[in-house]
Every structure is written in C-alpha cells, then in structure tokens.
Ligand binder design. Structure first.
Ligand code: TLP
Length: 344
C-alpha cells in the first residue's frame, strides 16, 4: 500500500507470505459435500481451541452471528444484547430479517451489561409478549473502544442464562485480543457460552473467514442454515489454509498491536481537540471524541488522509485500529501528524 498507514480496521491486513504459501499448497475438496480436508482440519482445530464439540467455517462474522441467532431462537422470541453491540448496530438487522425475533438492546458499563438489568428484562411470554430466549455478548467490545468485558460479568450472565433456560451467544470476533489482554484463556470464555463465533479476518490477519463453535447438534443445524443462506462454499480449503496459519502464527503477536495502541493513545490524549482516556484502551482499538476549535471530524480525517493516514469516523468520534500491517514507524508518523494538524 506504499506510504499509507491504514488504521480503518484490523480487517485491512494483507495475508502473510506463509498464508499465501499455505493457500497455494493446501489440499482441497468440495466442502458442501463434506470432503475438503483443509476445512476439516481448520474446523477441528477451532473446536479444540475452544473446547467445543464442533465448529463451522463461515464466510464472515456477520454470517456466524446470524446463524447462531437463527439456530438458538424461534419466531415470537426476543434477544437481549448490548446497545452498542456490532450485532445490533452493524449487521443489517439480521435478527428481524432472518430470524424474525426482536432485539432488546440494554445499556452497559463499557460492554458489561448489569446482571440485575438483564434479570429485569427477561420476559415470560403471553399473547402480547415475546419470550426471551437468547443473550448475546461481545468481547472485546468494538464500539466500546475494544474494551474487555470482565470475566465475572460473563460468569453472572451464564448463571442468569441457566436459571432462565436461555442460551448465551458470544460474539468473539476479537476474542483472542480479549484473552491476550485479560489473561483469561479463550477456552474459559467459550465454556461460559453456548456458542462462540470468532474471526480469522480481524487481528489474526487471514483474508476471509470466521468460525462458529458450539455443541454437535447446534453445529449440525448451523450447517443447514449456512447452506440456506448461501454460505456453503466448495474448494474453500484455499481459504481455510490461511486460517490455519492465522491460528498457528498470529495469536501471539496481538500483544504488539495492544502495546502500539497504548503508545499512540498516550501520545495523542492531551492534544487539543482529542477526548480520550488512555487507561480505557485495553486492546487494539482506540475510539476518541473530537472537539476542536478550527476543525470538525471530516476535516481532520481529510488532513490525515492528505498525509497518508487513514481512519474512520464512528459513533461518538473517530476510530483507529492497530494491526499487523501497522508498525512503529506508522505510529510515529501518525503521532507527528496529529501534533502538526492539531497544535498548528
Ligand atoms: N467489524 C467491522 C465493521 O463492521 C465495523 C470492523 O471493521 O471492526 N462482530 C464484531 C465485534 C465486529 O467488529 C465485526 C466486524 C463483526 C462481528 C462482523 O464481522 P464481518 O465483517 O466478518 O462480518
């Protein structure tokens, strides 16, 4: 990408050389007919990593979350989820469009929904009222600046789910970032959830793909729903091969992204116009408010772009995401650009 520092998302990463090689050399079959050995290997790795009975390779995180919702719910039911969550805000209303259930968004403390508030919103069905059947959580929480949802909060939600016979789905698009930052093994997060989706195409830098993990019967039904949604893919071992490399080689390095995010956050936090508490940056996502006497958000982003620095506006401000294709030099030139533009 030449001299461009692209902070728009950790989805923009290019595959590594090892991924390209694995993609070129990996054995393939027809995965819709169930005989692609590389997909089978990736799915069993994912199931093993999460200590679940099964896993399903899906084209995107959105499809993984859509399938989980569809399998765990029926019409006339309701799903509790966090008001800033990706599922509620960024997945084209698949809850109503595909599953025909109503979302019930609740406020939170940086992604952690109060157990008592959830209890209060669990509904018993009647002629007028939908039945609550599913709780969704997101960890790390994208729109809360990559916040890690505390383990004890997830434990409380598990308890509530058990008491009320609800399912708990975990949007773990960045669960490896959460684990890296908190020290909680991904297996422990997965143990508390009935199903967990994670993405290969975010910080782990694979070009495409996510894994939906859960019990065997859930995965069997998930496979049928994936086909119905047009997500059955044929010689998709080509993509799964890069996912295997992602799981083998890219998990450990996430801490580099977190350290760079912390350094960038600390360097820009006190500049004019930036509203940011660096202690809230726990992983690879920095979201800051912006209130500058001379510049609005589009003007600031334009000035950054003129200097080869790309970022996106988001609810409440501007988002910078660190990833494998951002190195120390990118961070240094970004800090200099911020100072130049904002301090005049
Ligand atoms: N997030 C994307 C955008 O859609 C905002 C990004 O650039 O961060 N769960 C979470 C928590 C996500 O952040 C995302 C993608 C998804 C699910 C959906 O994954 P994809 O894009 O593979 O459908």
């Amino acid at each position: 990408m030449g001299n461009v520092s692209d902070f728009r998302s950790d989805t923009v990463t290019r595959p590594t050389e090892a991924m390209r090689k694995a993609m070129a050399e990996g054995a393939v079959g027809d995965d819709v007919l169930g005989d692609d050995p590389t997909v089978q290997k990736l799915e069993s790795m994912a199931a093993q990593i999460m200590d679940k009975e099964g896993a399903l390779f899906v084209p995107s995180g959105t499809m993984g979350n859509s399938i989980a919702t569809k399998v765990w719910t029926s019409e006339l039911e309701e799903v509790i989820l966090e008001e800033r969550s990706h599922i509620f805000n960024m997945e084209s209303t698949h809850m109503t469009f595909i599953s025909r259930v109503t979302p019930r968004p609740l406020p939170s403390n940086r992604g952690a929904m109060e157990p008592q508030l959830i209890q209060k919103h669990i509904r018993q069905p009647s002629d007028h009222i939908p039945k609550t059947s599913l709780i969704c959580i997101e960890n790390t929480h994208n729109n809360w600046s990559g916040a890690v949802v505390p383990l004890d909060n997830i434990q409380s939600l598990r308890k509530i789910a058990d008491e009320h016979n609800l399912k708990l789905h975990f949007d773990g698009a960045r669960v490896f970032n959460a684990s890296q930052a908190s020290g909680v093994p991904v297996k422990e997060y997965a143990r508390l959830a009935d199903s967990l989706m994670f993405c290969l195409s975010k910080g782990l830098s694979a070009p495409v793909g996510s894994l939906l993990t859960g019990p065997r019967s859930f995965i069997q039904m998930a496979r049928r729903v994936r086909k119905a949604l047009g997500g059955g893919m044929r010689q998709v071992g080509v993509l799964a091969a890069s996912g295997i490399v992602a799981l083998q080689e890219m998990v450990e390095r996430l801490e580099e992204d977190h350290a760079r995010a912390q350094r960038l956050a600390q360097a820009i936090a006190d500049l004019p116009g930036i509203i940011l508490a660096p202690q809230n940056i726990q992983t690879n996502i920095i979201i800051f408010g912006f209130d500058h006497p001379q510049l609005n958000i589009p003007q600031f982003l334009e000035q950054l772009k003129n200097r080869g620095i790309l970022a996106l506006p988001t609810t409440g401000g501007i988002r910078f995401v660190l990833h494998k294709d951002i190195d120390d030099q990118d961070v240094n030139r970004t800090i200099s650009a911020f100072k130049e533009i904002l301090s005049g």
